[in-house]
Structures are given as C-alpha cells and as structure tokens.
Write a protein that binds this ligand. Structure first.
Ligand code: ADP
Ligand code: MG
Length: 378
C-alpha cells in the first residue's frame, strides 16, 4: 500500500468479494437524484425483482462516499419486516476506488407513500390508515431500539409492497445515536430532515437530538394520510417555524423548558400569542377523535414530552374499532406500480427538494396523474 493510500481514511473500503451487477438485468429507471439513480431490475437466474441503487462517486475526491458507507452499515445491521431489506452489494466489473460503481440491491417495493397519497384514485379506509401508521411506528420502534435515527422521514421514503407491507427506506441520512452524558453532549449536524417534516428542535438549532425527531416526521405523515398533502409547507426555516407555531402554538420556555437555550431561539422570529390548534385545524380532514389525539401527541413541541413509538403503538387509535386491516386488497385495485409509468418528475418532489436540508435527491418517474401542484392544507 502506498503512503498516500495509507493516509486516505476510506481506503479500506474496497468491495472485492461482492458479485458483479451484471447478474441482474436492468428493467427501468425508477428514481434519479443527486445521491444516486435507482433502477428496477431482475436477477437473471432466479428472476427475483429488485431495486438497484447506484452509489454516486462523481464528486468524491476522498474515495468511497461516507454517506453511502453509513447507509450500508446501518442497513446491514437492521433486519425487520418494516425496514427495506438490503439483499447485497454489487459492483461493476472493474471496480476500484477510482473507477466503476457500487450498487445497493434492495427488495423491490411497488409503491411509495408519496405516490399513493398524490393519486386521487387511491382511497384509504380508516382501518387501512391505521395499518399504515402502525407499520410506520413499528419500523421506528425497531430502528430506535437499535439506536438508529432515520432523520429523513417523509412520504417519499416510505415504501409499500403490493402485499401491503410498509418499509422504511432511504437510510442515506440515518445515523447511530447514543444517549448523551450531560458532560459530553452529542453534537450531531443540525442539517437533516426535509424542511416540511423538520421538527422545531432542529429548526432551533438543537444538536443533541434523538428519536423524537423521527416521531415528529411520523406525525406529519400521519396527518398527511387524510390531508393528502404535506401539512406544513414552509419555504425557509423561519417560515417553517411560523407555520409550526400557528398550528402547535407559540414556542416558549413555559411550554418547553430550556427552549430558550437553543442557538436560534433568540435569532429567529417566533410568533407570540398563538394557541395550540392541532386538533381544531385538522378536524376538517380527520374525523376520528382518537386519530386527532395521536397526531396531537406526535406533533408535540417539546421533544422530551413528544410521544415515543412504544407509547404511540399502545394508543387507543390502534386498539379500537375499526382495527388496522390489510392493505393488500386496496392495493390490488392499483396493480400498476407507480414506477411503470414514465412521466416528468412531480412538482412536489422538486418543491420539496428545493427546500430540503440536503441537496435534491430524487425525482422518481411517476404517473402523469401524480404530476400535480400541492394543495395548501391550511
Ligand atoms: P434518495 O437518496 O435518492 O432519495 P431513496 O433510497 O429514497 O434514495 O430512493 C429514491 C427513490 O427510489 C425512492 O423514493 C423510491 O421511489 C425508489 N426506491 C428506492 N428503493 C426502492 C425499492 N426498494 N423498491 C422500489 N423503489 C425504490
Ligand atoms: Mg429518498
């Protein structure tokens, strides 16, 4: 090994033992973003249909990208029915750290929740909504128990198979967390989670965050099951905090102890005198009182009092009639996977990407009928 190679901290990342990607035949491109392309593909011998996510190497001077490495390490650790399964890693023939590509091979899921919600023909019954939210919380319970934060919750990163099994996907921003000791607080980057699903603690500059950040995202997604559009579509961090204050009430140390210690508390303008109106404003969409109660607990401003996945799964919402029920029949009415259409990227993805904490990441090819502007919810 040369000395320059020794100096490169990612040098040990080579993939000599993985198979060549040519064992799969590419069928269609299903996603394209700054962080990589996603293809539907089929194993040439056993005919298994998979999703191939190409690791983009173009802007990498340092060798294999650390974000992809993190995603692989995390996915290899996780094994759960509500987390997308990483089958293997493949490479192009002449892969080394300077040329060739690496592909993450996933089980294929026919739908993503963003696509289903933007298709007006797809109608969820209350039991089916309960099933979606239950599986989402099950996935979060599992990853949080394994000390992993997803950090990029949004409907586009929630996949659903044609059998109605929900899978958390896109662990590109995920990371392991530890419970901070008061003497050494964690200092994670604060630039995570798409703006519209970003919780108030991140917007206010908290760096010692934890599982509640994903629970906020789950609350936004749960409400979106009824509103069919993201509930708070801010254009800037300031705007997002304003929308949050209008819905969840003014942010102050009285309702959130210690919030005044956060970096941006005094730097940003926080609307004063607003009452909490989560239930009141969502009830036009969400007719079920118990559902409103759970959304209210997920969209709790103070992260230390926000409901966790365990308590959320024990909420009456999942245990009173109608009970969660299989999605399979409803999805069979929509046999055409969204990926079988070829259309320009949806506006929503572009909008969302624009305001994302990270560069635009994807624009799946989706049916023309999905190519719509987002309705404002409030
Ligand atoms: P990105 O970092 O580009 O957002 P994702 O992992 O979210 O990467 O993949 C981009 C898109 O590709 C997803 O939103 C989804 O539409 C599609 N996709 C990803 N994984 C799968 C899969 N296993 N099955 C089907 N589609 C997938
Ligand atoms: Mg994604």
């Amino acid at each position: 090994m040369t000395s320059s190679a020794l100096n490169n901290k990612y040098d040990s990342v080579e993939f000599p033992f993985c198979d060549e990607v040519t064992k799969y035949e590419k069928l269609t491109k299903i996603g394209q973003g700054t962080f990589g392309e996603v293809f539907k593909a089929r194993h040439k011998r056993n005919r298994r249909v998979v999703a191939l996510k190409k690791v983009l190497m173009e802007n990498e001077k340092e060798g294999f990208p650390i974000t992809a490495l993190r995603e692989i390490k995390i996915l290899q650790l996780l094994r759960h029915e509500n987390v997308v399964h990483l089958i293997e890693i493949c490479r192009t023939k002449a892969y080394n750290r300077f040329k060739g590509s690496i592909f993450l091979v996933f089980e294929f899921c026919e739908h993503d929740l963003a696509g289903l919600l933007s298709n007006a023909n797809v109608k969820f019954s209350l039991g089916e909504i309960k099933e979606v939210v239950k599986q989402l919380l099950n996935g979060l319970y599992y990853i949080h128990s394994n000390k992993i934060l997803h950090r990029d919750m949004k409907a586009a990163n929630i996949l659903i198979t044609k059998e109605g099994k929900l899978k958390l996907a896109d662990f590109g921003l995920a990371r392991a967390f530890s419970h901070a000791k008061p003497s050494q607080p964690n200092r994670y980057t604060n630039r995570v989670v798409t703006l519209w699903y970003r919780p108030p603690e991140l917007l206010l500059g908290e760096r010692n965050y934890g599982p509640p950040i994903d629970m906020w995202g789950a609350g936004c997604i749960m409400a979106e099951m009824w509103t069919r559009s993201p509930i708070m579509q801010g254009n800037t961090e300031q705007h997002q905090l304003t929308l949050i204050s209008h819905l969840c009430g003014s942010i102050s140390p009285e309702i959130w102890s210690g919030v005044d210690k956060l970096e941006f508390f005094s730097k940003l303008e926080l609307p004063k005198g607003h009452k909490r109106k989560v239930k009141e404003r969502l009830k036009a969409y969400v007719k079920d009182q118990i559902a409103l109660d759970l959304i209210d607990k997920l969209l709790w401003l103070d992260p230390s009092n926000r409901i966790n996945s365990d308590d959320a799964l024990n909420h009456d919402f999942f245990w009173l009639d109608p009970l969660p029920c299989s999605l399979q029949k409803m999805l069979s009415l929509h046999t055409q996977s969204m990926f079988e259409f070829l259309a320009p990227p949806r506006r929503r993805i572009q909008q969302q990407a624009q305001h994302s904490a990270v560069p635009p990441r994807r624009s799946a090819n989706l049916p023309q009928s999905h190519d719509q502007t987002f309705d404002r919810v409030f």
